[in-house]
Design a protein around this ligand. Structure first.
Ligand SMILES: *Cc1c(COP(=O)(O)O)cnc(C)c1O
Length: 383
């Protein structure tokens, strides 16, 4: 018999890669990867058709097709977050930033670099953003023109109360900008009950395309008034939209393969039943993961009521035999990639429920965790 430590059972995706249980990049389906095996010129009419179809579909997902338009941008998710903030907040504006994790703090950094006036309303990483205080601050400071918030703060996996944030912001007649990077396509977001001026997300995360582009779905009236706000050449949603209106083309070289992959990913998203169907699969992944980990003795950072079915933060076991690097390596050898924690409050690690993964992979991961803990000689998984 071979030693288990040298020859553990290795799980792989259909393409032979480890499963990615992370906040991104994520596992994609074989058919999404196959869709990228073409070279298109940016002026090719077939390519332009795919691009238009993607933009229309993305706008429908948030029920914004009558009022909003979709503007895509090259780059990772942060590129489009930055593009949204500097295109819509004029240099004379002031934004209230709701912060309860690293992605909220990243918006602070963006506003600071681009010298947009801001005020921060911060809660700890294990608490949702404070909508009562939001109302009070908007009432007290008429200089605030915009509110910006992260829908699911991927730092902890917490779900922020987006409908209430939108309601309070609308009551005070301010503009709302949303980073829905890790929730778009899974957590319902609908312009009819959650009014917003702009929301951003990316091709990878819950839409399960390949990384490489972000998009902003924004109210067309807001967009038309945003000319000249951006202080960069490339991160300017107004200019990108203008160019696309003119000839259907991206302003600079488009990520053609990423767009082809996203077209296929959206076909698969629809076949799964859209937001409802994908949400169901991720919730099941999340429930299986959390209950399996609790059976092993692990503790989640968040109570179930605050947990989004996106990524789960587990507290690092106090057992001195537990070391994250060894744990990570043990799981990687067995075919599963997890992620370190990003909390400032306590030691933790994260396991994602998103991407082209199913309950079988979560069950396989739990087996791999059990094996790895045995090899590491960890007996107590509590913090
Ligand atoms: C992933 C993510 C981003 C963007 O991150 P990139 O690494 O730039 O793709 C932004 N906001 C949230 C909430 C995210 O989860």
């Amino acid at each position: 018999m071979k030693n288990d430590q040298e020859h553990p059972a290795v799980a792989t995706s259909p393409d032979g890669d480890p499963w990615l249980l992370t906040p991104g990049p994520l596992t994609t389906s074989p058919t999404v990867k196959q869709a990228m095996l073409h070279d298109y010129g940016s002026r090719d009419s077939h390519f332009i058709d795919i691009n238009n179809r993607i933009c229309r579909r993305l706008t429908q997902i948030v029920n914004g097709h009558k009022t909003h338009v979709c503007v895509p941008v090259q780059g990772s998710g942060t590129f489009v977050v930055e593009a949204m903030l500097i295109t819509f907040i004029p240099r004379s504006g002031k934004v209230l930033l709701l912060v309860n994790g690293a992605y909220g703090k990243r918006m602070v950094e963006i506003c600071s670099i681009h010298e947009r006036a801001y005020t921060i309303l911060e809660t700890t990483e294990d608490l949702p953003v404070d909508t009562d205080e939001l109302g009070r601050q908007l009432a007290a400071d008429p200089g605030i023109t915009h509110v910006a918030v992260v829908h699911c703060e991927t730092t902890s996996g917490i779900l922020n109360p987006i409908e209430t944030v939108a309601k309070v912001t609308a009551e005070h007649r301010r503009s709302l900008l949303i980073d829905a990077m890790s929730s778009f396509g899974v957590l319902p977001l609908d312009t009819s009950n959650t009014p917003f001026n702009a929301v951003v997300a990316s091709s990878n995360k819950c839409l399960e395309g390949s990384p490489g582009m972000g998009f902003c779905i924004c109210d067309s009236e807001t967009l038309k008034k945003s000319s000249g706000n951006s202080d960069t050449l490339v991160l300017d949603l107004y200019s990108q939209w203008k160019a696309m209106e003119r000839n259907g083309q991206w302003r600079f070289t488009p990520p053609t393969h990423t767009i082809l992959a996203l077209g296929q990913a959206l076909t698969e998203f629809d076949a799964e039943g859209g937001v409802a169907g994908r949400g169901r699969r991720y919730r099941r992944n999340c429930e299986t993961l959390v209950s399996g980990m609790r059976t092993l003795g692990f503790k989640t950072l968040l109570p179930d009521a605050l947990q989004a079915p996106i990524i789960v933060t587990f507290l690092t076991p106090a057992d001195p035999n537990f070391q994250f690097d060894g744990f990570y390596e043990g799981l990687r050898k067995r075919g599963y990639i997890i992620y370190p924690g990003k909390l400032t409050v306590s030691d933790s690690f994260r396991i994602g429920c998103i991407g082209h993964i199913f309950e079988d992979q979560v069950l396989g991961l739990l087996d791999a965790i059990r094996d790895t803990l045995g090899v590491m000689n960890v007996s107590n998984c509590g913090p």
